[in-house]
Design a protein around this ligand. Structure first.
Ligand code: NDP
Length: 478
């Protein structure tokens, strides 16, 4: 069994307490054993980051560019091996695992460019003989807390901008998926990241995560995960006056209007609802369908869903991998039961016993549902989608927006008028027309409104807001 340690400064450090990383496709496959730290491990990482910060803050943009570019290149060169690790530890299909790995590479290379492109403002003062400069500086030491569902892309889109803008990083990956973050640490180390600029501390959220959030020398926290944990972190950061950025859940609507092309709408809904086993905060979990196309849509959607092949993530024929662990699977199965209790008609959703001993579930459609049911209010985070029948466009928009969340919203229509109106009215951070609600680019902002997100946007050039602080300088030449 390979043992994996934490990166503190320039050293690989064991804190003992090795935890097995289990493959959800086949629980007899143990990927490795990872040393989990505690509050004293965070203390050691903070000390290393404090020591490294002045030199990294003052490093040339070229030095930061070269490091991030080399990391991006190395991830791309190792995409098959890392993608396979990702699929083994998280359970998404190999194609999705390799795709996500390439996304991480692209993110590092994008921010390699951004490191060179930092700009400020030079403004005239309202007073004579004075110049005003507005510049950006790194925030300091940032704590990154990441979830299990995108175990390489999410760490990448937090680490890369943090380093590009001159911050030092301490990352705590999800308990269930430490492997990909460990590989990023190895690559950063091999590519010459100065000691202490990047630190990896694995461990439980309630221990290591909590220590990051409460440590007085950590200046900012970027978190992706559940609403409950996000709220808890926001409250603590507010009390400590710490900069915070939260990406939380979604209950994303996908509207299908009478004039939709079903050959576009059904694949978009199948992808958005079921791919990555529905374990995406941008998943299309509420399919809001206009009455005139409802029956034809349900018919085709059901057929397409039932044709999906559920199986071992590493099997090339698999389209839907396992659920990430037993706890998430049980939670999904409880929601399937709840759908029946709430009088929905349930198609699929049962636990599957396949050859390998993993956490397999058939994808599920809940028919005849209304928006006040709990299955349509709470994030399920599994391969489950609800169909809600509506009378017209106006009702579709009202139902789409009637949610505590506001991450992504989609519409399938051939009407330019309705597409335009939906873009304007959707109470969401991202809007998709004739596309799944999930699946985004890496060079543009990602994030939502209401209960889905808090703080500055992630990704693209908008990431500069969170990872820098603004300084205004006044210069009187005399
Ligand atoms: P969590 O919010 O508990 O986990 C996200 C990250 O936060 C993990 O690294 C976790 O560590 C860490 N964490 C947990 N508690 C604390 C704490 N007190 N202080 C600091 N960090 C903490 O989500 P779960 O993994 O438990 O998933 C539960 C549900 O959350 C899912 O069913 C889904 O609905 C939602 N979710 C949403 C995601 C999204 O992308 N929006 C992603 C993942 C989950 P550890 O792993 O050790 O617990």
């Amino acid at each position: 069994m390979t043992k994996h340690d934490n990166l503190i400064g320039a050293e690989w450090v064991s804190f003992g307490n090795y935890q097995d990383n289990i493959n959800p496709s086949d629980i007899s496959d143990v990927i490795g054993s990872y040393s989990y730290g505690d509050a004293s491990s965070v203390e050691a990482a903070v000390e290393a980051a404090n020591g490294a910060f002045p030199a990294w803050r003052d490093a040339t943009p070229q030095a930061r560019h070269d490091l991030l570019d080399a990391v991006g290149n190395t991830i791309a060169a190792r995409k098959d091996e890392i993608g396979r690790l990702l699929s083994r530890e998280e359970g998404k299909t190999l194609a999705e695992g390799i795709g996500e790995t390439m996304r991480a590479s692209q993110v590092f290379k994008f921010f390699a460019g951004e490191a060179l492109r930092q700009v400020g403002d030079l403004q005239s003062s309202v007073r004579p003989g004075i110049d005003v400069e507005v510049t950006r500086e790194p925030v300091g030491i940032v704590g990154l807390i990441t979830p299990w569902n995108f175990p390489i892309a999410i760490p990448a889109w937090k680490i890369a901008p943090a380093l590009a803008y001159g911050n030092c990083v301490i990352i705590k990956p999800a308990d269930l998926t430490p492997g990909c973050a460990h590989v990023i640490a190895e690559i950063l180390h091999e590519c010459g990241c100065p000691p202490g600029v990047f630190n990896l501390v694995m461990g439980r959220g309630s221990v290591v995560g909590e220590a990051l959030v409460t440590h007085p020398d950590i200046n900012a926290i970027s978190f992706t995960g559940s609403v409950a944990t996000g709220h808890h972190i926001a409250e603590t950061c507010g009390r400590l006056r710490k900069k915070v950025q939260l990406e939380m859940g979604g209950k994303n609507p996908m509207v299908v209007l009478n004039d939709a092309d079903l050959s576009v709408a059904v694949p978009a809904c199948v992808n958005g609802t079921f791919f990555s086993t529905g374990q995406r905060c941008t998943a299309s979990s509420r399919l809001i369908v206009e009455a005139g196309i409802h029956d034809a849509f349900v018919d085709e959607m059901t057929k397409a869903m039932q044709a999906l092949k559920v199986g071992n993530a590493l099997d090339s024929a698999t389209q839907i991998g396992p659920v990430v662990d037993a706890k998430q699977l049980n939670s999904n199965l409880e929601y399937v039961d709840l759908a029946r209790t709430e009088a929905a008609e349930v198609i699929g959703g049962e636990r599957l016993e396949l050859d390998a001993n993993g956490f397999y579930q058939a994808p599920a459609l809940f028919l005849g549902t209304s928006n006040d049911m709990r299955i349509n209010r709470e994030e399920i985070f599994g391969p489950c989608g609800s169909v809600l029948k509506v009378a017209d466009f106006d009702e579709a928009v009202a139902v789409a927006n009637d949610t505590d969340f506001g991450l992504s919203a989609g519409i399938c229509t051939q009407s330019l008028k309705h597409a335009r109106e939906f873009k304007r009215q959707a109470a969401a951070g991202m809007v998709m027309v004739n596309l799944p609600t999930a699946g985004v680019d890496y060079h543009v902002p990602f994030g939502g409104r209401k209960g889905s997100s808090f703080g500055a946007r992630e990704q693209g050039r908008y990431a500069v807001e969170f990872y820098t602080t603004v300084k205004t300088s006044y210069v009187y030449a005399g």
